[in-house]
Write a protein that binds this ligand. Structure first.
Ligand code: NDP
Length: 335
Protein backbone atom coordinates (compact mmCIF):
# COMPACT_ATOMS: atom_id res chain seq x y z
CA UNK A 1 0.00 0.00 0.00
CA UNK A 2 1.01 3.59 -0.56
CA UNK A 3 -0.36 6.50 1.50
CA UNK A 4 -0.28 10.26 1.41
CA UNK A 5 -0.37 12.04 4.78
CA UNK A 6 -1.00 15.79 4.78
CA UNK A 7 0.75 17.47 7.70
CA UNK A 8 3.03 14.47 8.29
CA UNK A 9 5.24 16.67 10.52
CA UNK A 10 2.39 17.09 13.03
CA UNK A 11 2.11 15.32 16.38
CA UNK A 12 -0.59 12.95 15.07
CA UNK A 13 0.64 12.73 11.45
CA UNK A 14 4.08 11.50 12.55
CA UNK A 15 2.50 8.61 14.46
CA UNK A 16 0.32 7.60 11.52
CA UNK A 17 3.44 7.59 9.32
CA UNK A 18 5.42 5.58 11.85
CA UNK A 19 2.77 2.87 12.16
CA UNK A 20 2.25 2.65 8.40
CA UNK A 21 6.01 2.30 7.84
CA UNK A 22 6.20 -0.38 10.54
CA UNK A 23 3.47 -2.24 8.62
CA UNK A 24 5.48 -2.07 5.39
CA UNK A 25 3.60 0.74 3.63
CA UNK A 26 5.10 3.39 1.39
CA UNK A 27 4.41 6.83 2.85
CA UNK A 28 4.50 10.25 1.22
CA UNK A 29 3.96 13.24 3.49
CA UNK A 30 3.27 16.89 2.76
CA UNK A 31 5.36 19.36 4.78
CA UNK A 32 5.84 23.10 5.22
CA UNK A 33 9.21 22.90 6.93
CA UNK A 34 12.32 21.07 5.72
CA UNK A 35 13.73 21.00 9.26
CA UNK A 36 10.67 19.13 10.51
CA UNK A 37 10.77 16.84 7.47
CA UNK A 38 14.45 15.99 7.96
CA UNK A 39 13.74 15.10 11.60
CA UNK A 40 11.22 12.49 10.45
CA UNK A 41 13.60 11.05 7.84
CA UNK A 42 16.22 10.72 10.59
CA UNK A 43 13.69 9.18 12.99
CA UNK A 44 12.09 6.67 10.62
CA UNK A 45 15.19 5.65 8.62
CA UNK A 46 12.81 4.08 6.08
CA UNK A 47 14.85 4.83 2.96
CA UNK A 48 12.79 5.04 -0.20
CA UNK A 49 9.61 3.97 1.61
CA UNK A 50 9.29 7.47 3.13
CA UNK A 51 9.28 10.65 1.07
CA UNK A 52 8.27 14.21 1.85
CA UNK A 53 6.99 16.88 -0.54
CA UNK A 54 6.60 20.56 0.15
CA UNK A 55 3.03 21.92 0.19
CA UNK A 56 3.16 25.45 1.53
CA UNK A 57 -0.44 26.49 0.94
CA UNK A 58 -3.03 23.81 1.70
CA UNK A 59 -5.83 26.17 0.65
CA UNK A 60 -5.08 25.82 -3.09
CA UNK A 61 -6.05 22.54 -4.74
CA UNK A 62 -3.17 22.89 -7.23
CA UNK A 63 -0.86 22.48 -4.22
CA UNK A 64 -1.93 18.85 -3.88
CA UNK A 65 -2.18 18.00 -7.60
CA UNK A 66 1.07 16.02 -7.75
CA UNK A 67 1.16 14.62 -4.24
CA UNK A 68 -2.17 12.73 -4.58
CA UNK A 69 -0.93 10.81 -7.64
CA UNK A 70 -0.10 7.12 -7.32
CA UNK A 71 -1.32 6.57 -3.73
CA UNK A 72 -4.15 4.24 -2.58
CA UNK A 73 -5.03 6.02 0.64
CA UNK A 74 -4.94 9.62 1.83
CA UNK A 75 -4.85 10.77 5.46
CA UNK A 76 -5.77 14.45 5.72
CA UNK A 77 -4.29 15.55 9.03
CA UNK A 78 -3.09 19.13 8.33
CA UNK A 79 -5.30 21.73 9.98
CA UNK A 80 -4.44 24.50 12.43
CA UNK A 81 -4.81 23.49 16.10
CA UNK A 82 -4.24 26.44 18.37
CA UNK A 83 -6.59 28.61 20.36
CA UNK A 84 -5.13 32.13 20.19
CA UNK A 85 -5.86 33.29 16.61
CA UNK A 86 -5.39 36.92 15.61
CA UNK A 87 -8.19 36.45 13.12
CA UNK A 88 -10.57 33.50 13.60
CA UNK A 89 -11.32 33.21 9.89
CA UNK A 90 -7.85 33.68 8.42
CA UNK A 91 -5.97 31.68 11.03
CA UNK A 92 -8.39 28.82 11.76
CA UNK A 93 -11.68 28.58 9.86
CA UNK A 94 -10.42 29.21 6.33
CA UNK A 95 -7.35 26.93 6.39
CA UNK A 96 -9.48 24.13 7.88
CA UNK A 97 -12.36 24.37 5.38
CA UNK A 98 -10.35 25.34 2.30
CA UNK A 99 -7.64 22.81 3.13
CA UNK A 100 -10.25 20.04 3.24
CA UNK A 101 -12.00 21.14 0.04
CA UNK A 102 -8.77 21.59 -1.88
CA UNK A 103 -7.43 18.19 -0.81
CA UNK A 104 -10.68 16.43 -1.77
CA UNK A 105 -10.86 18.28 -5.11
CA UNK A 106 -7.25 17.36 -5.87
CA UNK A 107 -7.95 13.69 -5.09
CA UNK A 108 -11.06 13.82 -7.26
CA UNK A 109 -9.22 15.35 -10.20
CA UNK A 110 -5.74 13.85 -9.97
CA UNK A 111 -5.80 10.97 -7.48
CA UNK A 112 -7.23 8.31 -9.75
CA UNK A 113 -5.74 5.45 -7.71
CA UNK A 114 -7.06 6.69 -4.34
CA UNK A 115 -9.57 4.30 -2.77
CA UNK A 116 -10.29 6.11 0.46
CA UNK A 117 -9.58 9.40 2.24
CA UNK A 118 -9.48 9.50 6.04
CA UNK A 119 -9.89 12.94 7.59
CA UNK A 120 -8.69 13.85 11.07
CA UNK A 121 -11.70 15.76 12.30
CA UNK A 122 -12.19 16.14 16.03
CA UNK A 123 -14.62 15.69 18.88
CA UNK A 124 -14.71 19.49 18.48
CA UNK A 125 -17.09 18.82 15.58
CA UNK A 126 -19.56 17.12 17.95
CA UNK A 127 -19.33 18.76 21.36
CA UNK A 128 -22.14 21.31 21.19
CA UNK A 129 -22.95 22.17 24.83
CA UNK A 130 -26.05 20.68 26.46
CA UNK A 131 -26.38 22.78 29.62
CA UNK A 132 -29.91 21.47 30.18
CA UNK A 133 -28.58 17.92 30.55
CA UNK A 134 -25.24 17.49 32.34
CA UNK A 135 -25.44 13.71 31.74
CA UNK A 136 -25.63 14.09 27.96
CA UNK A 137 -23.75 11.30 26.17
CA UNK A 138 -22.27 12.26 22.78
CA UNK A 139 -22.37 9.84 19.86
CA UNK A 140 -21.40 9.93 16.19
CA UNK A 141 -24.75 11.55 15.36
CA UNK A 142 -23.80 14.76 17.19
CA UNK A 143 -22.62 17.96 15.46
CA UNK A 144 -21.37 21.26 16.82
CA UNK A 145 -23.00 23.68 14.38
CA UNK A 146 -23.45 26.27 17.14
CA UNK A 147 -19.74 27.12 17.18
CA UNK A 148 -19.69 28.73 13.73
CA UNK A 149 -22.84 30.71 14.58
CA UNK A 150 -20.84 32.24 17.44
CA UNK A 151 -17.95 33.05 15.11
CA UNK A 152 -20.35 34.80 12.74
CA UNK A 153 -21.89 36.77 15.61
CA UNK A 154 -18.73 37.76 17.45
CA UNK A 155 -16.16 37.97 14.64
CA UNK A 156 -12.71 38.82 15.95
CA UNK A 157 -14.02 38.90 19.53
CA UNK A 158 -14.97 35.22 19.47
CA UNK A 159 -13.02 33.17 22.04
CA UNK A 160 -10.18 31.30 20.28
CA UNK A 161 -11.42 27.92 21.43
CA UNK A 162 -14.82 28.53 19.81
CA UNK A 163 -13.10 29.51 16.56
CA UNK A 164 -11.14 26.23 16.68
CA UNK A 165 -14.30 24.20 17.36
CA UNK A 166 -16.01 25.95 14.44
CA UNK A 167 -13.05 25.31 12.12
CA UNK A 168 -13.24 21.57 12.74
CA UNK A 169 -17.04 21.35 12.53
CA UNK A 170 -17.23 23.34 9.30
CA UNK A 171 -14.32 21.46 7.72
CA UNK A 172 -15.94 18.10 8.43
CA UNK A 173 -19.32 19.36 7.22
CA UNK A 174 -17.59 20.51 4.02
CA UNK A 175 -16.06 17.05 3.51
CA UNK A 176 -19.36 15.17 3.76
CA UNK A 177 -21.00 17.81 1.55
CA UNK A 178 -18.27 17.27 -1.06
CA UNK A 179 -18.99 13.52 -1.03
CA UNK A 180 -22.76 14.10 -1.39
CA UNK A 181 -22.48 16.62 -4.19
CA UNK A 182 -19.55 15.28 -6.22
CA UNK A 183 -20.06 11.55 -5.66
CA UNK A 184 -16.36 10.97 -6.35
CA UNK A 185 -14.67 7.64 -7.04
CA UNK A 186 -13.19 7.35 -3.56
CA UNK A 187 -14.65 6.72 -0.10
CA UNK A 188 -14.46 8.91 3.00
CA UNK A 189 -13.99 7.99 6.64
CA UNK A 190 -13.60 10.44 9.53
CA UNK A 191 -11.87 10.20 12.91
CA UNK A 192 -13.08 12.40 15.79
CA UNK A 193 -10.59 12.28 18.68
CA UNK A 194 -10.98 14.03 22.01
CA UNK A 195 -7.77 15.59 23.46
CA UNK A 196 -4.80 13.52 22.36
CA UNK A 197 -1.96 12.67 24.78
CA UNK A 198 0.98 10.28 24.44
CA UNK A 199 4.56 10.50 23.19
CA UNK A 200 5.60 13.33 20.88
CA UNK A 201 7.84 11.93 18.14
CA UNK A 202 7.63 14.89 15.73
CA UNK A 203 10.12 17.76 15.61
CA UNK A 204 9.70 20.28 18.44
CA UNK A 205 12.47 22.89 18.72
CA UNK A 206 11.46 24.36 22.08
CA UNK A 207 8.77 24.02 24.75
CA UNK A 208 6.81 26.98 23.38
CA UNK A 209 6.40 25.05 20.12
CA UNK A 210 4.83 21.96 21.67
CA UNK A 211 1.56 21.09 19.97
CA UNK A 212 -1.54 22.20 21.85
CA UNK A 213 -2.55 18.91 23.49
CA UNK A 214 0.95 17.84 24.60
CA UNK A 215 1.44 21.36 25.97
CA UNK A 216 -1.54 20.57 28.22
CA UNK A 217 0.62 17.95 29.97
CA UNK A 218 3.74 20.13 29.99
CA UNK A 219 2.00 22.80 32.11
CA UNK A 220 2.03 20.44 35.12
CA UNK A 221 5.83 20.41 34.97
CA UNK A 222 6.69 23.93 33.81
CA UNK A 223 5.52 25.78 36.92
CA UNK A 224 2.71 27.42 34.92
CA UNK A 225 0.00 25.71 36.95
CA UNK A 226 0.10 26.44 40.67
CA UNK A 227 -3.10 24.76 41.75
CA UNK A 228 -5.06 21.70 40.59
CA UNK A 229 -8.53 22.75 39.43
CA UNK A 230 -11.72 20.67 39.43
CA UNK A 231 -12.45 18.66 36.33
CA UNK A 232 -14.35 20.58 33.69
CA UNK A 233 -16.93 18.89 31.52
CA UNK A 234 -15.61 17.38 28.29
CA UNK A 235 -12.17 16.58 29.67
CA UNK A 236 -11.52 13.34 27.87
CA UNK A 237 -8.34 11.95 26.36
CA UNK A 238 -7.10 9.35 23.89
CA UNK A 239 -3.53 8.18 23.30
CA UNK A 240 -1.89 9.25 20.03
CA UNK A 241 -0.89 5.65 19.24
CA UNK A 242 -4.56 4.62 19.39
CA UNK A 243 -5.42 7.62 17.20
CA UNK A 244 -2.91 6.47 14.58
CA UNK A 245 -4.19 2.88 14.72
CA UNK A 246 -7.77 4.09 14.30
CA UNK A 247 -6.83 6.11 11.21
CA UNK A 248 -5.27 3.05 9.59
CA UNK A 249 -8.24 0.82 10.47
CA UNK A 250 -10.62 3.49 9.16
CA UNK A 251 -8.69 3.46 5.88
CA UNK A 252 -8.56 -0.28 5.40
CA UNK A 253 -11.65 -1.86 7.01
CA UNK A 254 -14.41 -2.17 4.39
CA UNK A 255 -17.14 -1.25 6.90
CA UNK A 256 -15.52 2.04 7.88
CA UNK A 257 -16.37 3.73 4.58
CA UNK A 258 -18.84 6.57 5.06
CA UNK A 259 -18.47 6.48 8.86
CA UNK A 260 -17.24 8.85 11.54
CA UNK A 261 -15.70 7.57 14.78
CA UNK A 262 -15.40 9.14 18.21
CA UNK A 263 -12.08 8.23 19.85
CA UNK A 264 -12.03 8.56 23.63
CA UNK A 265 -10.22 6.42 26.20
CA UNK A 266 -11.77 8.03 29.27
CA UNK A 267 -11.70 11.04 31.53
CA UNK A 268 -8.82 13.20 32.65
CA UNK A 269 -8.60 15.94 35.23
CA UNK A 270 -5.85 17.96 36.87
CA UNK A 271 -5.89 15.54 39.79
CA UNK A 272 -5.75 12.42 37.60
CA UNK A 273 -2.86 13.77 35.49
CA UNK A 274 -0.84 15.09 38.42
CA UNK A 275 -1.36 11.80 40.29
CA UNK A 276 -0.26 9.82 37.23
CA UNK A 277 2.94 11.89 36.95
CA UNK A 278 3.65 11.55 40.68
CA UNK A 279 3.27 7.77 40.51
CA UNK A 280 4.99 7.00 37.20
CA UNK A 281 7.65 9.76 37.09
CA UNK A 282 8.43 10.38 40.80
CA UNK A 283 11.60 12.31 39.91
CA UNK A 284 9.33 15.15 38.73
CA UNK A 285 7.08 15.14 41.84
CA UNK A 286 8.57 18.38 43.14
CA UNK A 287 7.67 20.17 39.88
CA UNK A 288 3.94 19.46 40.26
CA UNK A 289 1.42 22.05 41.48
CA UNK A 290 1.40 22.14 45.26
CA UNK A 291 -2.25 23.00 45.93
CA UNK A 292 -5.58 21.37 45.15
CA UNK A 293 -4.71 17.74 45.88
CA UNK A 294 -7.73 17.42 48.20
CA UNK A 295 -10.24 17.99 45.37
CA UNK A 296 -13.33 15.83 45.08
CA UNK A 297 -13.56 14.38 41.56
CA UNK A 298 -16.47 13.93 39.21
CA UNK A 299 -15.91 11.14 36.71
CA UNK A 300 -18.66 11.60 34.14
CA UNK A 301 -17.62 10.22 30.75
CA UNK A 302 -19.41 12.23 28.10
CA UNK A 303 -18.41 10.74 24.73
CA UNK A 304 -19.50 7.18 23.87
CA UNK A 305 -16.58 5.22 22.39
CA UNK A 306 -18.56 2.02 21.68
CA UNK A 307 -18.43 2.35 17.89
CA UNK A 308 -14.63 2.69 17.81
CA UNK A 309 -14.22 -0.36 20.02
CA UNK A 310 -16.72 -2.53 18.14
CA UNK A 311 -15.99 -1.52 14.55
CA UNK A 312 -12.33 -0.46 14.60
CA UNK A 313 -11.29 -2.86 17.38
CA UNK A 314 -9.50 -0.20 19.42
CA UNK A 315 -8.35 -1.29 22.91
CA UNK A 316 -7.59 2.00 24.59
CA UNK A 317 -4.29 2.80 26.31
CA UNK A 318 -5.08 4.00 29.87
CA UNK A 319 -4.35 7.50 31.19
CA UNK A 320 -1.44 6.57 33.43
CA UNK A 321 0.59 5.06 30.59
CA UNK A 322 -0.35 7.81 28.17
CA UNK A 323 0.72 10.54 30.62
CA UNK A 324 3.95 8.73 31.60
CA UNK A 325 4.97 8.29 27.96
CA UNK A 326 4.12 11.92 27.15
CA UNK A 327 6.30 13.15 29.98
CA UNK A 328 9.20 10.92 28.97
CA UNK A 329 9.02 12.21 25.39
CA UNK A 330 9.26 15.86 26.49
CA UNK A 331 11.84 15.35 29.26
CA UNK A 332 14.35 17.58 27.44
CA UNK A 333 12.06 20.58 28.07
CA UNK A 334 11.62 20.00 31.81
CA UNK A 335 14.00 22.31 33.70
P1 NDP B 1 -0.07 19.86 15.31
O1 NDP B 1 -0.15 21.30 15.65
O2 NDP B 1 1.17 19.12 15.56
O3 NDP B 1 -0.48 19.64 13.80
C1 NDP B 1 -1.08 20.56 12.95
C2 NDP B 1 -0.66 20.18 11.52
O4 NDP B 1 -1.36 20.99 10.57
C3 NDP B 1 0.83 20.42 11.29
O5 NDP B 1 1.32 19.46 10.38
C4 NDP B 1 0.86 21.79 10.65
O6 NDP B 1 1.98 21.97 9.80
C5 NDP B 1 -0.41 21.73 9.82
N1 NDP B 1 -0.97 23.06 9.59
C6 NDP B 1 -1.55 23.87 10.51
N2 NDP B 1 -1.96 25.00 9.94
C7 NDP B 1 -1.64 24.91 8.64
C8 NDP B 1 -1.79 25.79 7.53
N3 NDP B 1 -2.38 26.97 7.66
N4 NDP B 1 -1.30 25.38 6.35
C9 NDP B 1 -0.69 24.18 6.22
N5 NDP B 1 -0.54 23.31 7.23
C10 NDP B 1 -1.00 23.68 8.42
O7 NDP B 1 -1.26 19.19 16.13
P2 NDP B 1 -1.98 17.78 16.00
O8 NDP B 1 -1.10 16.75 15.45
O9 NDP B 1 -2.61 17.56 17.30
O10 NDP B 1 -3.13 18.08 14.95
C11 NDP B 1 -3.32 17.31 13.79
C12 NDP B 1 -4.79 17.20 13.48
O11 NDP B 1 -5.44 16.53 14.54
C13 NDP B 1 -5.51 18.54 13.31
O12 NDP B 1 -6.43 18.37 12.23
C14 NDP B 1 -6.26 18.68 14.62
O13 NDP B 1 -7.42 19.47 14.48
C15 NDP B 1 -6.60 17.23 14.90
N6 NDP B 1 -6.94 16.93 16.30
C16 NDP B 1 -6.00 17.02 17.29
C17 NDP B 1 -6.33 16.72 18.60
C18 NDP B 1 -5.33 16.80 19.71
O14 NDP B 1 -5.73 16.83 20.88
N7 NDP B 1 -4.04 16.82 19.42
C19 NDP B 1 -7.70 16.32 18.95
C20 NDP B 1 -8.60 16.22 17.84
C21 NDP B 1 -8.23 16.51 16.57
P3 NDP B 1 3.47 22.13 10.44
O15 NDP B 1 3.88 20.74 10.88
O16 NDP B 1 4.27 22.62 9.30
O17 NDP B 1 3.35 23.10 11.57
Amino acid sequence: HKALITGVTSYIGAHIAQQLLQQGWYVRGTVRSQTKAQWLHDTFKAGSRFETVEVKDIQRKESFADSVKGVDYVFHVASPFFMNPKDPYEDLVHPAINGTNSLLSAVDEHGTSVRRVVITSSFAAMMQPHPENPDYVYTESDWNDAAFEQVKQLGKDVPGIIAYLASKNEAERAAWRFMDEKKPNFELSVINPVYVFGPAIHHVAKAEELNTSVAMIYVYLSGAKERLAPRGILSNFVDVRDVAEAHIKAATLPGAAGQRYILSAGVFSDLLIASAIKKTCPKYADKLPKEGWDLKETTRHEPDNTKSRNELGITYIPLEKSVADTVESIAQFIQ
